[in-house]
Design a protein around this ligand. Structure first.
Ligand code: DX5
Ligand code: ZN
Length: 222
């Protein structure tokens, strides 16, 4: 079971893949407790990133929990592969799953923490029924597919409502927020109840990984 704790989750999508191991070691030595891995298929989202083989390679580089965000169609076909690759949290998009409860159940049967994500245009009503069954609910605060996009401000009200839903139902669900998290938005999402804060560009973008990581985590404590 996951804990409702504040964590900065660096997204390696914005790392330099020419020296991925070095970039991962740098966030690790900066104090990262989790790594966010974005899998994109060119169908569910317009971009293609990487698949289970790269997740497995990363598993061989670090002991950090791997938070794998699947932005793919038909995720059911790949759940075992991501388990074998070493995923600790496996998140699927509600929009990509016809039988979401079945998919979430399968992820848990495989021994992983189950996450469900929703796009900016998807209402919280969509996840109301699945909420008691998931370990993590990932609110996209940009349209998924690319790093470095602008935070969609209306996500704040959505995160707040989700936080209330979780508290009212006495659940322990972790709220993760992904997209446009930087020094100007991180405190706002924390204030409305977010726990895991994904940051790609703000951590890896300019290459000053340690400075960026420390700055963001300092803001998280204020
Ligand atoms: C976007 C991905 C994100 C991405 C975030 O589709 O799901 O995880 O890496 O990037 P930033 O933090 O740059 O918005
Ligand atoms: Zn992501």
């Amino acid at each position: 079971m996951l804990k409702q704790e504040l964590l900065l989750a660096p997204s390696v999508l914005s790392a330099n893949f020419a020296h991925l191991e070095q970039d991962i070691k740098r966030v690790e030595s900066s104090g990262a407790k989790i790594l966010h891995l974005d899998v994109m298929d060119g169908h569910f989202v317009p971009n293609i990133s990487f698949g289970p083989a790269v997740v497995k390679t990363i598993r061989g580089i670090t002991m950090l929990p791997l938070d794998v965000h699947l932005m793919i169609e038909k995720p059911d076909q790949y759940l075992e592969q991501f388990k074998d690759a070493g995923a600790d949290i496996l998140t699927v998009h509600a929009e990509a799953c016809t039988h979401l409860h079945r998919t979430v159940s399968k992820i848990k049967e495989l021994g992983m923490n189950a996450g469900v994500s929703i796009n900016p245009a998807t209402s919280l009503g969509t996840i109301k029924e699945i909420l008691p069954f998931v370990d993590l609910l990932l609110v996209m605060s940009v349209n998924p597919g690319f790093g470095g996009q602008k935070f969609i401000e209306t996500s704040l009200a959505k995160i707040k409502s989700l936080s209330t839903m979780i508290t009212d139902q006495k659940l322990q669900t972790v709220i993760e927020v992904d997209g446009g998290i930087d020094t100007t938005t991180i405190q706002k999402v924390i204030a409305v109840g977010a726990h895991y804060l994904v940051a790609g560009n703000a951590v890896f973008g300019n290459g000053n990984i340690e400075t960026n990581f420390t700055h963001l985590t300092t803001l998280m404590k204020k």
